[in-house]
Design a protein around this ligand. Sequence first.
Ligand code: NFS
Ligand code: SF4
Length: 639
Amino acid sequence: LPKVTDLSMDTGVQELLLKARREGIETAFDRATKMTQCGFGATGVCCKHCLEGPCRIAPNGKGPQLGVCGANVDTIVARNFLTSVTEGAASHSEHSREIIHAILEVIEDKAPYEIKGKDKLQAVASGLGIDTTGKDSKQLAKEVALKALEDFQKQQGTLNWLKLRAHEKSSQTWQELGILPVNAHLEIVKSLSRQVMGGDADPVNLLLGAITLGLVDGYSGLHMSTDLQDILFGIPKVIKTEYRLGVIKEEMVNISVHGHVPLLAEKVVEWARKLNDRAKEVGAEGINVVGVCCSGNELLMRQGVSVATNYASQEMPIITGALEAMVVDIQCIMPGLQEVARCYHTEVITTLPHVKISGATHVEFTVEKADEAAQEIILRAIANFKKRDPNKISIPNEVTEAYAGFSVEQIVDALKAVNSEDPLKPLVDAIISGDILGAVGLVGCTNPREKQDSANVALAKELIKNNVLVVATGCSAHSLGKFGLLSPDGLKYAGEGLRNTLTVVGQANGLPGLPPALHMGSCVDNSRIADLLTALANYLGVGVRDLPVAGSCPETHHPKAIAIGTFFIANGVDVHVGVNPQVTGSDLVVNVLTANKEDYATTTDGIFGGKLIYEKDPVQAAAIIIDRIKAKRHALGLK
Ligand code: NFS
Ligand code: SF4
């Protein structure tokens, strides 16, 4: 067995991995060790699109070079890439569609939520061209929700959310290429139909299809989810919180919320507060809700709920022996949770009809019956408290303080404390002077095949040291939170220019400084990063592709991350991945995505201004990213 210190940087996770081994419990890290990766799949050359196959193309020309149908390796790899992007776009679009329906129920008084983000509602409504005069928030929210629904229904034109949020120069490029998405469902279905056996067999065309699906992901998925969630739950503001497994409290009834859509998670927090005293009846001091993955991020951003852990170690809260319930909704929920939970008193509670795990408890959640579902979950957790086995309880004690809640609105507000007339000016001035060299969105996951948190943290530190501002989302943000980079203390790792700038802005806002990495939210909140870039590009009068910025996903695992990466590449932003993107079997696909100079004009870099960078070593990756940021600065005439 590998040493636990090679599996995760998080000492709490290491401690619980040892506990799991003592107790004979298998975790994702163990399964990753046992599961050898297939060389064909790893390079993307395996096709399972029909029953003549599976077909796989042998490397180096030694063996069959065409599938039974005659598909070549480029078509197979490009098609598999499109499959991943489509899965990601479908996940995010389904997320936003859930929120649309929630809003429509709320305005008809059929669901127990209220429209909390009135400012955001006004802003989004005017952005969509809705006349806001004299309309109350219910009327406005209805019109916004119906505009959102059009993005799943219309048969002509372009996504409303793309028109709302995309930079004009980017849209122009997509328009010229004829790849603008019409509606999310239409594009997802069209994509599936072109992937089918005997469908699209032109690898370049398949990759352009992937760009369209990347745009679906970015606009009707990410942006729409963020905008509508801000309308429903309010725009995040800076908030202090805690990270790591030590946020689980032995004397409390502990409930972790895990998944992505905050509709249920918000209710769990609300009812945990309302039913807190009921926990005392079973001898607990109260109820403690903690976050895992992106549901954790959503609650962190708006409620300050602390975060226990991120993706790869999601089984660990159960292994503490002190978790009464693990409540899940959709995405990134390991089926293995239930296998682990069987050995403890923890109840895994699934909540949606299309995401169940056999053996887990199912409490059906609908927005109409949100209060009832949340109450039932809390009462079940309280009842489980007495079923604990005291011999199995062991909670790692570290916690780390962190700040989150950096929505674009919050960043602009913070900058207003420095320049109330022209808030972006201090940031732009710092970029122009070189105090801030550029910015990188550090996003994505952790992956049980990689040493958890290690590349996320190492890459962030390297960037910060070189005066690159880091903004973070998703499980990567959790990695940074655990290791002090979401706290002003983390400025000790920053280069002088970055440190000075963030100290000035922080102090103008009553903090010792801003953290060197700004936590902007969950993975759908990568939209916030895109919005910030659009605002900067507009301010400077350039395209997003011209900005000295990049995205990085050092430890990713999910097709959603591939979709998000494609969205940023389409916007002219380089995207680094530290995990094999499973396309290396095709020179053509590699060349188009990574622009290694052959036929440069037909690469994503030549067309959109952004490319894929695959580099496992985080320090090396930082160097490549910084070089590229410098080249983009140079092209802007900056030193
Ligand atoms: Ni993003 Fe969030 Fe985490 Fe990765 Fe999964 S939880 S949406 S996919 S693992 S960051
Ligand atoms: Fe093989 Fe072609 Fe069928 Fe794919 S679509 S499994 S390459 S025959």
